[in-house]
Design a protein around this ligand. Structure first.
Ligand code: 5GP
Ligand code: ZN
Length: 137
């Protein structure tokens, strides 16, 4: 399940070299070439799934377990002060490489990155409307 035109397929499967932090049968964890902070890493499945919608349930649960393990190891080794896990789906959400990946972003007290959003101020009615839309009632 690989896509010949996908750079992350090639990296995940070792056809293109990368700074690898971890590898097993199903995943490779690499350093991001355009890091938000020191140690910014990406979890890549070796199979090609374009995004979270395509990711099978088992792989999805394995990604989170691997994220937890990497975050613990990286926090110990890098002495970072926190972590963001980021996972973009679709161009509108900031996805630029269409092979599922999870960002592991170490945070440091003095780093200058901003990862977030401008909070809205919905009314109770607006919250109820969106709740109903999502839940179908
Ligand atoms: P996205 O915007 O799709 O969530 O994240 C794509 C990430 O992949 C970016 O943070 C970008 O820096 C990283 N990236 C793109 N191409 C390469 C590459 O060839 N090697 C590595 N290690 N990272 C890459
Ligand atoms: Zn791929």
């Amino acid at each position: 399940m690989k896509d010949d035109n996908c750079i992350f397929c090639k990296i995940a499967n070792g056809e293109i070299p990368s700074k690898t932090l971890y590898e097993d049968e199903k995943f490779r964890v690499i350093l991001d070439l355009g890091p938000a902070t020191k140690g910014h890493a990406l979890i890549l499945p070796k199979n090609h799934y374009a995004n979270l919608y395509e990711l099978p349930d088992e792989a999805a649960s394995n990604v989170m377990l691997l994220a937890k393990k990497m975050v613990s190891q990286m926090t110990d080794r890098l002495s970072c002060d926190g972590f963001n896990l980021v996972q973009n789906n679709g161009e509108v959400a900031g996805q630029t490489v269409f092979h599922f990946h999870m960002h592991l972003i170490p945070r440091y007290k003095d780093d200058v990155q901003k990862i977030g959003w401008k909070p809205g101020k919905p009314s109770q009615e607006e919250l109820e409307e969106i709740r109903g839309k999502i839940c179908g009632k």
